[in-house]
Design a protein around this ligand. Structure first.
Ligand SMILES: [Zn+2]
Length: 222
């Protein structure tokens, strides 16, 4: 989980929200679920959100391979926070698994990926996600972040990264740009499980990168 910088709301969703709020103020018992279901702008919204999300779930950071599998997530559930149904700040993209786990659950202590920095609240160990704060603890529980499937996936992924680092680090510290790139790409925010990688390998990665840059400098003066 990482902080998502969505930027300003696009005009089409701002207009939709404005229209909806006007309808809502005239009729507060309006069927919000139906309004959402009938809205034809959802694909356009997904197209917009996937850019800041890098096609990843806002909670577990898994890459969602198919556009159709991307779910639009109401951080504050539309069943309880009816007025925020079309509020851009409340909308994210998540995967089937997280969507199905969270459902209508919400607690005001939950980490908001659009506002809070998850790294202040959560640490991704090799096995478990560990809470640093009460907000982290609530978030882990609501999203069931330590269920056996999620743990297995994270563990397999870490082993893959470990292998990549093992294969390419020697070449990278010898100044091989291709080898460095092979490692670098997992440490960009856009990469799958970015936070997991950072929390487990950041120091190691920084050392490799530093040696790589030093080697380039030495070669320059040869
Ligand atoms: Zn997810």
């Amino acid at each position: 989980m990482r902080k998502i910088k969505k930027g300003k709301a696009p005009e089409f969703i701002k207009l939709k929200n404005k229209k909806f709020l006007l309808e809502f103020s005239n009729n507060p018992t309006i069927d919000v679920n139906k309004k959402w279901k009938d809205w034809r702008g959802k694909d356009r919204l997904k197209e917009e959100l996937r850019l800041s999300h890098f096609d990843k779930c806002c909670y577990c950071e898994r890459v969602i391979p198919y556009f159709k599998s991307m779910q639009i997530e109401h951080f504050k559930p539309k069943s309880r926070y009816r007025k925020q149904c079309f509020d851009y700040k409340n909308l994210f993209i998540c995967c089937d698994r997280c969507n199905g786990t969270k459902l209508g659950r919400y607690d005001k202590r939950m980490i908001n990926p659009g506002k809070d920095d998850p790294s202040s609240h959560l640490h991704f160990n090799q096995d478990d996600v560990v809470a640093k704060t009460e907000n982290g603890k609530v978030t882990i529980e609501l999203l069931d972040m330590n269920d056996s499937d999620s743990k297995k996936l994270r563990c397999e992924f870490l082993n893959q990264i470990k292998e990549i680092i093992d294969i390419y680090s020697n070449r990278a510290i010898e100044g091989d740009k291709d080898a460095m790139e092979k490692i670098d790409k997992w440490f960009f925010e856009s990469a799958q499980y970015y936070r997991l990688c950072i929390d487990n390998f950041e120091q190691h990665y920084k050392k490799i990168r530093e040696s790589f840059l030093n080697k380039l400098k030495i070669d320059e003066f040869k």
